[in-house]
Design a protein around this ligand. Structure first.
Ligand code: ZN
Length: 172
């Protein structure tokens, strides 16, 4: 297993729309293991392939307290959702920033597991929020898209500056 590099906003690779998975092989399974390891290491509760520069339509999640409820979503889609709430949200690709966004409170989604077996699941609260967040990633979206242009630009400038400083530190 390996820890993958997580891309940061405004990296253009985060805007790629992923392609549906048609082959469920060992290579995909290894990639999913790497995604879990990367997500737990970060630490985060969800990670989409887009965030590690891959265009396969897969995301992983674990919203449990004790990190024992791994969920793999290949080719996920939301079947229905209901109610809305304003929640605090963050993203491993937008480090050190949190903001309030509107998300559906409850939803039902369908996806395939790493072996290609289709399943459906009900989600609410943090898990429902996470499903919506990861699905947006798979279509090149980020939660900062839901914020005002002014806020998004402020975050962008901060992260570009931070990346420059990190590059400078590496060079020394
Ligand atoms: Zn994210």
């Amino acid at each position: 297993m390996a820890i993958l590099e997580i891309l940061h906003f405004p990296d253009p690779r985060l805007r790629k729309v992923t392609e549906p998975i048609t082959v469920f092989d060992d290579a995909l399974s290894r990639f999913i293991d790497d995604m879990f390891e990367t997500m737990y290491d970060a630490p985060g509760v969800g990670l989409a392939a887009t965030q590690v520069g891959d265009t396969r339509r897969v995301a992983v999640m674990d919203c449990s307290e004790d990190k024992t409820e791994r969920i793999v979503m290949c080719n996920p889609r939301i079947l229905r959702s209901e109610d809305e709430e304003i929640v605090d949200e963050g993203c491993l690709s937008v480090p050190d920033h949190y903001d309030r966004v509107t998300r559906a409170t409850r939803l039902r989604f369908a996806a395939a597991d790493r072996d290609g077996h289709e399943y459906e699941m009900d989600a609410e609260g943090l898990l429902a929020q996470c499903v919506q967040h990861e699905l947006a990633h798979l279509d090149g979206g980020l939660y900062v898209d839901k914020l005002s242009r002014l806020k998004r630009e402020r975050i962008r400038r901060k992260l570009v500056k931070a990346a420059r400083q990190a590059d400078g530190a590496d060079a020394k």
